[in-house]
Design a protein around this ligand. Structure first.
Ligand SMILES: [Zn+2]
Length: 157
């Protein structure tokens, strides 16, 4: 056991707290786990901290698997309908969704990001579409063709 502040391992058992954590529903009813969490005091800096639980994120009131299930259900329906079905506040469902969506995005950064814009050429007599690869800065010019096919072929060029 190490102090989370400075990493000292000079810690002493402090007390125990009972935490109420929601898990996956059982028989369509909310299921709560009552977990005894040990707390420790760092003998170097005085900080009191809790042991970390493998199935519950730090400072959260739901298990990882419940949060993941809520995130997946958000893909198919609205936050308000999940909030009603799960008997969980809109705010909580919303926070879980954006928290996990943000983590997934940073785990798998996009391989490319493109910007599409129109530029006027010859003093506005003609418009051309320009596609920019935002990550590499490379500019693909599509010319006067503005359909999907033209966009696709200019990006693969
Ligand atoms: Zn410490």
């Amino acid at each position: 056991m190490h102090c989370p502040l400075y990493g000292f391992s000079h810690v002493k058992s402090h007390d125990q707290r009972l935490r109420r954590v929601r898990d996956l529903d059982a028989l369509d009813k909310p299921l709560y786990l009552m977990i005894h969490v040990r707390r420790y005091r760092c003998l170097d800096c005085g900080e009191v901290f809790s042991e970390s639980l493998p199935s519950v994120p730090h400072h959260k009131h739901q298990t990882h698997r419940l949060r993941e299930a809520i995130y997946l259900r958000c893909q198919d329906t609205t936050i308000s309908s999940i909030s009603r079905q799960m008997r969980m506040s809109y705010k909580t469902v919303e926070r879980i969704y954006y928290d996990i969506a943000g983590k997934k995005l940073s785990d798998t950064p996009p391989s490319s990001v493109v910007g599409i814009d129109e530029i006027a050429v010859r003093k506005g007599h003609r418009y051309e579409t320009v596609i920019t690869d935002i990550l590499t800065g490379k500019v693909h010019r599509m010319g006067a063709n503005r359909d999907t096919e033209a966009a696709r072929s200019s990006l693969s060029a």
